[in-house]
Design a protein around this ligand. Structure first.
Ligand code: C2E
Ligand code: MG
Ligand code: MG
Length: 586
């Protein structure tokens, strides 16, 4: 290529130097621009409009891989190489220039190459001569191969609109499509369904199994979601573990519920990622256009609130938006704001519920249950603010406060009852930190001169699910310090025997929902008996929660249960009240 150019340059230079005596100044100037153009990567065309003849330079042919004769020497022949999707615009661009609307002709279109591939071309040109009546006679211009630019533009567009991990539309593209769908639905008087999904406890998986597994889980989840909807529906990833689905014109509401159910079931199936088997569930919020709202902003907010409601009612389920959710969302926001100052303002109190040793009736333990003495709302129960504290990160401060009060109380009660233990709830969110909370807790025990076995930490099964070294290590450290571990709400989650072994659990707490069904010869009794036998075989002691009747207590004693806790004995009490009732000698 370079060689050819050099040869052309030498020829032309000879002409310009006057060695070719015939060269007129016009020819020289034409030769000059030809050289300039041929020296670049541009192909040149020269179109005589009256005959439709076109001269095309060698470079022009080289771009597309044609030899001189293969493309006919008319504009019509050239036009046949333009991509059918781009032709109308190209013709329009030429017309605009010929009619004097644009000073320079400029058009971008794809051209078919000899090998059948397409190249993006920028064609530029202008009228260089007109007839006496002003009619254009001749246009000269160039073709430039802009395929690379076009591809990188397309790539940039893809990057800007698609999520890199799942390759699903991202927030920007989702909002764009949502807007289009709403306009279409408006015109055609159709309905739209917006779903918001959040993978339950995804953060725990990401933190414990690592980002690589987390990313692969997201990708697989995205694929599963795509499999639950029609090709024309939109599945997008908004970021984190949040997905949205846009379903257009489902004939009746039962379809929506069925799709939501399918999604929940598909996501709950185990994910096989590398050597790991990972379980997640999803909570789905649903809102309907135009039933619930007609603008994007409100619909998105509705779906988010409905999703929150699904999470609050136990996760792994779907919820439709209802107007009362707005009030609930407002309430949550207020709670989070108030809670921020509650710790400093000493509004958090710890109440203690006795745990009875069933064989002897002795009170040897108590569960620390936090209450919030709200200046306006009175006593607020943990069900209302612990989830808010978990979501807002305030749980660390709340947990520290509960632990500090509990330790102080334990130190006092141990002087009366030397082997007394206080059980403290620790939510999974508190295990995500850097481990410093743990250090603070152990330090506090030392300050009070308490041995580790004066405290039992209650954890939930969700924490152990897919647990990775960091959590096993944290639990191992607690254990190492002598602190006992209890598995709370046993039976409501996955209740895997393997976990009980792997994590050195000391106590299992049978969930209240099983205790509530305790009747002679009932399934409830069979379940409790099975849990007790199994736990004892593993050297684990059992605490039954929510014991409200003598019948339940007696059945538990017969089944060999070690401890019980419930309103039959006492609700959670303020420390002074607890002491007055159970340590009257103090
Ligand atoms: P949990 O750990 O399962 O606590 C037992 C709950 O059952 C307590 O509710 C207790 O008051 C209630 N309960 C006890 N006996 C009976 C009974 O006989 N019948 C019935 N119906 N209920 C009974 P509470 O105090 O409202 O606590 C609710 C949940 O809040 C706790 O469930 C625990 O998961 C969480 N929680 C409480 N305090 C803390 C805390 O300091 N930190 C964290 N992370 N979570 C806490
Ligand atoms: Mg508990
Ligand atoms: Mg419990």
């Amino acid at each position: 290529m370079k060689q050819i150019l050099r040869q052309r340059w030498t020829d032309l230079y000879a002409k310009l130097r006057g060695k070719d005596a015939q060269a007129t100044s016009l020819q020289i100037s034409e030769a000059r621009w030809k050289l300039a153009l041929e020296g670049s990567d541009m192909g040149v065309w020269d179109w005589h409009l009256d005959t439709d003849r076109v001269f095309r330079s060698d470079q022009w042919h080289e771009i597309y891989g044609y030899s001189g004769e293969e493309v006919g020497d008319t504009a019509t022949a050239g036009r046949q190489l333009i991509h059918p999707d781009d032709l109308a615009q190209a013709v329009q661009d030429i017309r605009n220039h010929l009619e004097g609307n644009t000073p320079i002709f400029k058009s971008e279109f794809r051209m078919r190459c000899k090998d059948g591939s397409w190249k993006w071309t920028l064609s530029r040109g202008m009228i260089v001569s007109t007839g006496p009546d002003g009619r254009p006679l001749r246009m000269v211009g160039t073709h430039t191969d802009i395929s690379e630019r076009k591809h990188s533009e397309a790539e940039m567009r893809r990057l800007a609109h698609f999520d890199a991990i799942t390759e699903l539309p991202n927030r920007i593209l989702f909002l764009d499509r949502f807007e289009q769908e709403i306009r279409k639905a408006q015109r055609q008087h159709q309905s739209l369904t917006l779903m918001f999904l959040d993978l339950d406890r995804f953060k725990e998986i990401n933190d414990t199994l690592g980002h690589d597994i987390g990313d692969r889980l997201l990708r697989e989840a995205g694929q599963r979601l795509l499999g639950c909807v029609r090709a024309s529906d939109t599945v997008a990833r908004l970021g984190g573990d949040e997905f949205t689905i846009l379903l257009h014109n489902l004939e009746d509401a039962s379809h929506v519920s069925r799709i939501a159910q399918t999604i929940i079931e598909r996501i709950a199936q185990p994910f096989h990622i590398g050597n790991e088997v990972v379980y997640v569930t999803t909570s789905v919020g649903i809102t309907l256009y135009p039933h619930d709202a007609t603008d994007i902003e409100t619909l998105v907010k509705n779906a988010d609130q409905a999703m929150y409601a699904a999470k609050s009612s136990g996760r792994n389920c779907s919820h439709y938006f209802t107007p009362s959710m707005q009030a609930a969302a407002f309430q949550r926001m207020r709670t989070a704001n108030d809670l921020r100052s509650a710790v400093q303002a000493s509004q958090l109190l710890v109440h203690y519920q006795p745990i009875v040793e069933l064989a002897t009736g002795k009170i040897s333990k108590a569960e620390a249950l936090v209450r919030w003495d709200h200046p306006e709302r009175g006593l607020v129960y943990p069900g209302e603010f612990i989830p808010v504290a978990e979501d807002s990160g305030l749980i660390t401060a709340v947990g520290d406060e509960v632990f500090a009060q509990s330790v102080r109380q334990t130190a006092r009660w141990r002087t009366i009852c030397p082997d007394f233990q206080v059980t403290v709830n620790k939510s999974p969110v508190q295990f995500r930190g850097d481990g410093r909370q743990q250090e603070r807790w152990l330090e506090l025990l030392r300050t009070f001169g308490l041995s580790g076995d004066s405290i039992v930490v209650e954890i939930t099964e969700g924490l152990l699910l897919d647990a990775h070294p960091p959590i096993a290590r944290t639990l191992g450290n607690l254990h190492g310090a002598g602190i006992r571990i209890a598995l709370d709400d046993f039976g409501t989650g996955y209740s895997s025997l393997a976990y009980l072994r792997k994590f050195e659990i000391d106590f299992v707490k049978i969930d209240r929902s099983f205790t509530a069904n305790l009747l002679p010869d009932s399934d409830g009794l069979a379940i409790c008996e099975a849990i007790i036998v199994m736990a004892h075989k593993l050297g684990i002691q059992v605490i039954a929660e929510g014991v409200e009747t003598e019948t339940q207590k007696n059945l538990l004693i017969q089944a060999g249960c070690d401890y019980a806790q419930g309103f039959l004995f006492a609700p959670a009490l303020a420390a002074e009240e607890f002491e007055a009732r159970f340590f009257p000698q103090a």
